[in-house]
Design a protein. Structure first.
Length: 373
């Protein structure tokens, strides 16, 4: 068996909650990530999905060591980076890079594109053959930017182009892993497709692995080889894309699947919809036992006292549930390629089916709980 590029074991990230007033005592903990275990192999994409506030970004930032985890382990390319200092982390930043959700705030408006993309070379004291400028211009061309725009500023680019700048910067040091935190959520639907296609091309060319964080199951399905479903700081289910979409076993995954828009109205009418009751509980005071028990349609007494372990039910399929659902509930009716993620040119006008496509993505872009309540 090959060793995974990234191994995350029982990772925890708790943020202290402090009282008001002079002494600011610690009065609780936000358990944003509360013991997640996952791995990513070289060249593969693991999608990480879950509703807003479930801890996806915190997980990504902890794995990247932008945060110092409260517990657990992060092993990157064979090195335990969990407790490395900021300085000790510097060489390992070449192995893993990050792309952020908001292409506007992620780029310094006072720096030119050339200096933004070239910054990793300076920080890491890397001298590319032919010089930084040549290398940056090659990167710009590779991600679909005009290399002659080297001296332009971020505000001269569209949202999609800015995301390409972020991708070029992440690629500069030839990483093995890129953590993508909702890289297309802020973009128009046609631009989303272009950026997803670019990420897939780059994966093929450079053998990159991605941790792809998103709350839109349509987008995650398009790009992921395997998918982990997260809820209130925990992994609820991990499976290959096809298994997760055709035969999920966790009640929460069923609820998510039942809310994915189906473009065919006849099929959509046949599908069972599972409505989640109430809001996501507070990660400061999560429910005892299974954290999903307050909203789960399959909950029983045991769920309120005993935390379910993430158990492998079939090879590569892990579920954290005392009563996994093994029969079809009629919640998954997705077959064939995803609609709306076909490549379009930068200046593409709205296609005839753009309205339908937009509807798919607009619905998919809402936090799950809000959509279902
Ligand atoms: N620095 C922090 N201090 C305290 N609490 C935090 C901090 N960062 C995140 N949290 C809390 O941790 C929880 C998880 O937040 P996180 O941003 O990781 O969720 P998310 O799944 O990425 O949500 P979204 O889909 O909205 O981006 C939330 O309750 C959030 O308020
Ligand atoms: S352990 Fe119980 S509450 Fe949790 S998901 Fe399974 S059935 Fe639902
Ligand atoms: Mg987030």
């Amino acid at each position: 068996m090959t060793t995974p590029l990234l191994q995350v074991e029982d990772l925890k990230m708790h943020f202290p909650v402090k009282s008001r007033g002079l002494f600011r005592r610690v009065v609780g903990q936000v358990r944003a990530v509360d013991g997640i275990t996952l791995h990513i192999n070289s060249g593969e994409t693991l999608g990480l999905v879950g509703e807003s506030g479930c801890g996806k970004s915190t997980a990504g930032r902890s794995i990247m060591r932008l945060l110092s985890p409260t517990g657990g382990k992060v092993i990157l390319d064979g090195v335990d980076i969990t407790n490395l200092s900021r300085r000790e982390m510097v060489p390992h930043r070449r192995t893993a890079q990050m792309i952020f959700q908001d292409p506007y705030s992620a780029l310094n408006p006072r720096h030119t594109v050339g200096s933004i993309i070239g910054a990793p070379f300076i920080v890491q004291k890397v001298k590319p053959v032919g010089g930084v400028r040549k290398e940056v211009q090659e990167l710009m061309a590779r991600v679909g930017l005009n290399p002659e725009h080297y001296n332009r500023y971020p505000n001269e680019f569209s949202g999609g182009q800015r995301q390409r700048i972020g991708i070029a910067r992440a690629l500069a040091l030839k990483p093995k892993l890129i953590v993508c935190d909702e890289p297309v959520s802020a973009l128009d639907v046609s631009i989303q497709a272009q950026v997803i296609n670019l990420l897939q091309d780059l994966q093929q060319d450079f053998g990159l692995a991605y941790l792809f964080v998103a709350h839109d199951l349509s987008v995650v399905r398009q790009i992921s080889h395997r998918i982990s479903v997260m809820y209130l700081g925990h992994i609820m289910e991990t499976a290959s894309r096809d298994v997760l979409y055709s035969a999920p076993q966790h009640p929460y995954t069923h609820a998510l699947m039942s809310a994915v828009p189906v473009p065919n109205p006849q099929l959509a009418g046949k599908r069972e919809r599972i409505m989640l009751q109430g809001d996501l509980p507070s990660p400061i005071n999560p429910p005892k036992g299974c954290v999903f028990n307050t909203r789960c349609f399959a909950a029983q007494e045991r769920c309120r006292v005993e935390v379910p372990e993430l158990i492998e039910v079939t090879p590569g399929h892990q579920v954290a549930c005392h009563f996994p659902i093994t029969e079809s509930l009629g919640t998954t009716l997705i077959t064939g390629p995803d609609p709306g993620l076909t490549e379009q040119p930068d200046n593409a006008p709205d296609s005839p089916n753009a309205a339908a496509t937009n509807a798919v993505f607009e619905a998919g872009a809402e936090p799950w709980a809000q959509r279902q309540s």
